[in-house]
Design a protein around this ligand. Structure first.
Ligand code: SME
Length: 178
């Protein structure tokens, strides 16, 4: 798998995202565990953009977002919906671009090196299932191009999540009948 996933230097941001998107369909596999798909997706984004210092998922359970698979330094284990950039993205159900984390009221510092951030909500069946969170050690890293492509990446992830939820629910129902 490692050899199959390619990154190239000296590409524009658009070209890097296009290369990443072209490989996501073979990277994500509905037959694998959801946790494995999320782990590989966070690694693929980190490998494509070595300047990012944190890429990962927070998964929602009721009023909290819980730390999921990620690449980067140790991070906050849970974030209340409505708090920080992640919780704000979850409550607003929209992508949030933060050019300067010091100017975002209530920003939660996990890695002191992070200076800018983007959070994309993952909305399934009209409710927030989780968020994709990415940090950069430079100010003004993220723009509308990142928003567009990262939202596309999240769209590609959604069928994997939906399939997993359907499968685990039907398994739960089957074991309840035994
Ligand atoms: N900065 C985020 C917290 C998560 S870390 O960046 C990994 C926030 O304010 O929600």
């Amino acid at each position: 798998m490692q050899e199959k996933f390619q990154t190239k230097n000296n590409l524009t941001k658009e070209e890097s995202y296009s290369l990443l998107l072209s490989q996501i369909d073979s990277l994500l596999n509905v037959k694998d565990k959801l946790i494995s798909n999320l782990a590989n997706l966070s690694a693929a984004i980190m490998q494509t953009f070595p300047k990012f210092n944190w890429v990962g998922f927070y998964l929602r359970d009721n009023n909290y977002l819980h730390l999921g698979p990620f690449q980067g330094k140790v991070a906050c284990a849970k974030i209340e919906i409505g708090k920080g950039v992640c919780g704000t993205s979850a409550i607003k159900e929209e992508t949030i671009l933060v050019p300067n984390v010091y100017e975002f009221p209530g920003h939660i510092f996990c890695d002191s090196e992070s200076k800018s951030e983007i959070v994309v909500p993952i909305i399934i069946n009209r409710s927030v299932w989780g968020v994709l969170d990415i940090d950069s050690p430079e100010f003004n890293t993220f723009d509308e191009t990142d928003k567009k492509y990262l939202e596309e990446i999240v769209e590609k992830l959604k069928p994997i999540i939906i399939n997993y939820e359907l499968f685990s629910n039907s398994e739960k129902m089957a074991s309840a009948k035994i």
